[in-house]
Write a protein that binds this ligand. Structure first.
Ligand code: FAD
Ligand code: FES
Length: 336
């Protein structure tokens, strides 16, 4: 039996490896050209200590000097001893270049570019490599702007299916990628993509989840919800608050409604900042976070949007004196 192991490096790069049930994660990594930190290979030195974010595994043999019982209880593993029993996500506490990994790159072609509203564009890429593109839902890739050597970061807004993957992109006035997508993009154009990257991804749903999306910050949540549907749902409530500036920015409601139909524990609401909005809920997402959504802190919060939104939500949680079980965020910062 073979399992997929996602190795997340400190610099945000993720590399997926296959690991047989009978081999250790370190052996599998080396077999596939990923030189994870290692020394004794005997469970004696601790050089290969990593943190397992999720998955079932056997710790194997090790001595207390290499890893304490407390560390094992916290999810630490020694990759030279670890045998997976399911797909796993493992955080490797070094940068990917230390492990001699080159970021995976792929040439894809434009399948469709659709303006969903004046402010928002849907881009679908296709190609033979897309279905094999392994990423954790919520991660992003760097897309090269055709005709230039510049790249822009975009979160996957779907999981790969039938050789295609989608992105949800804000139309930034005078923006390089925005200009390409609105003026020149044609089906068949080649776009180079490097990734997956990022530590913003959906962990095991072990308690209620609150998702907070600002504008096209909705993108990674669409991929996460795709994944939840593929997994057969969630045992805990998942609530999304989707905030935008104006009514014209509200997009992808068809997908959100389809998720609502497919996931009995999923609910969502939309709020719009503009006073003249036709939507009943006005203002920023922070105005619509109810105590029930925070579940007294027993909640995993995922937040994606422009940098000021991330600061505003962090400030709001401090004001409410809520310390969520976990708080993951992605800032859609402008490229420099
Ligand atoms: C990890 C990560 C993931 C991202 N994922 C997404 C995504 O899924 N969808 C998405 O729409 N964007 C996403 N972004 C933002 C994206 O990478 C680009 O910055 C954005 O799309 C603008 O690219 P552009 O080439 O059109 O404009 P640029 O040529 O980069 O910018 C043109 C001008 O607009 C300004 N500008 C750029 N972006 C913004 C902004 N957001 N707000 C205000 N001014 C801005 C620039 O400073 C510049 O002056 C992400 C960013 C990061 C860091
Ligand atoms: S390499 Fe020494 S404990 Fe794993």
């Amino acid at each position: 039996m073979t399992f997929k192991i996602a190795l997340n490096f400190e610099d945000g790069v993720t590399r997926f490896i296959d690991c047989n049930a009978s081999e250790t994660v370190a052996d599998a990594a080396y077999r596939q050209g990923v030189n994870v930190p290692i020394d004794c290979r005997d469970g004696a030195c601790g050089a290969c200590k990593c943190k397992a974010e999720s998955g079932q595994y056997e710790l194997g043999f090790y001595i207390d000097d290499a890893m304490s019982e407390e560390e094992a209880g916290l999810g630490y593993v020694l990759t030279c001893q670890m045998h997976p029993r399911s797909d796993c996500v493992v955080n490797v506490p070094v940068s990917s270049d230390v492990c001699k990994i080159r970021q995976a790159t792929l040439s894809a072609s434009v399948d469709e570019v659709r303006q969903l509203s004046p402010s928002t564009i849907s881009l679908v890429l296709q190609g033979p490599g897309i279905d094999k593109l392994a990423f954790l839902p919520g991660q992003y890739a760097n897309l090269e702007v055709p005709g230039t050597t510049r790249t822009r970061a975009y979160s996957f807004s779907s999981m790969p299916a039938e050789g295609k993957v989608a992105f949800l992109i804000r139309n930034v006035p005078d923006g390089l990628m925005s200009g390409y997508l609105t003026e020149r993009a044609r089906p068949g154009d080649t776009i180079r993509l490097a990734g997956p990257i990022g530590s913003f991804y959906l962990r095991d749903v072990a308690r209620p989840v609150l998702m907070l999306a600002g504008g096209t910050g909705l993108a990674p949540f669409l991929a996460m919800l795709d994944k939840l549907v593929a997994q057969g749902g969630s045992a805990h409530p998942v609530h999304l608050i989707y905030g935008v500036n104006t009514d014209a920015d509200v997009v992808a409601l068809d997908r959100l409604d389809a998720f609502k139909a497919a996931l009995p524990n999923f609910s969502y609401e939309v709020c719009v900042v503009a006073d003249d909005s036709a939507w009943p809920k006005k203002g920023y997402v922070t105005a619509h976070i109810e105590p029930a959504h925070l579940n007294g802190g027993e909640v995993d919060i995922y937040l994606c949007g422009p940098p000021p939104m991330v600061e505003a939500v962090a400030h709001d949680l401090r004001e409410r004196q809520i310390e969520p079980k976990s708080f993951h965020y992605e800032k859609f910062a402008a490229s420099v």
